[in-house]
Design a protein. Structure first.
Length: 212
């Protein structure tokens, strides 16, 4: 009976990620479709084709992206943003979301997006983080006078994270994209044997053995 259980769980482990991904995509597409149709319904009346909202919504977003890429239109965008950047509560929400989107924007590749390993002197612990600020300019005086960088340390499964200000000498850049680092953090850096690598095993004695 043991092989049957093994086959079942292997099949389940293979099926669940696919099923959940397809389901989430379906919900996302259905939500976008409903929003797009709600916006264009006054112009097209009762006419409807499956996927029409997605196509028109994608075209609208593409056109918006093209427009705001033009220098003259970009200036007008600041006027459109005024209500969102001046109301107290709305300002906090909008500014946070916009900063988050700008950080991961593919056309804004800057050293500020570096993935680094943080090592504290005298400590063998290593933590992978994202540099979110290369200097303290614009911060309150107590922070602005520090020669440090801001590093965001995401927690496993994206349940939160910590932002720490550390000396620049504590961090070492690594050759990894922000997207890859976030994906690895989401999975708590779990190893995968999809490439045929056998998972390493170690007993308690080996794990507790002091380093030479």
């Amino acid at each position: 009976m043991k092989p049957i259980y093994q086959y079942f769980f292997r099949g389940l482990i293979t099926f669940l990620p696919l099923a959940i991904t397809v389901y989430v995509l379906y919900l996302t597409v259905a939500w976008i479709e409903s929003i797009a149709m709600w916006l264009i319904r006054p112009f097209i009346g009762d006419f409807y084709l499956p996927g029409l909202g997605i196509v028109l919504g994608a075209g609208l977003i593409l056109g918006l992206g093209f427009l705001i890429s033009q220098p003259n239109v970009a200036r007008w965008l600041s006027w459109v943003e005024l209500p969102f950047t001046n109301l107290p509560v709305v300002k906090s929400i909008y500014s946070s979301l916009k900063s988050f989107a700008d950080y991961f924007s593919p056309h804004k590749e800057t050293p500020q997006q570096a993935v680094v390993v943080l090592r504290m002197p005298g400590n063998e612990l290593s933590i992978v983080g994202l540099v979110t600020r290369q200097n303290m300019q614009g911060l309150p005086p107590a922070l602005a006078e520090l020669d440090q960088v801001a590093v965001y340390l995401p927690m496993g499964y994206m349940i939160g994270g910590y932002t720490v200000f550390v000396p620049r000498t504590w961090i070492t850049p690594i050759d990894m994209s922000v997207e890859e680092a976030m994906r690895s953090s989401l999975l708590a850096w779990m190893a995968s044997n999809r490439n045929g690598d056998k998972p390493a095993t170690a007993d308690a004695t080996e794990l507790n053995r002091p380093a030479p």
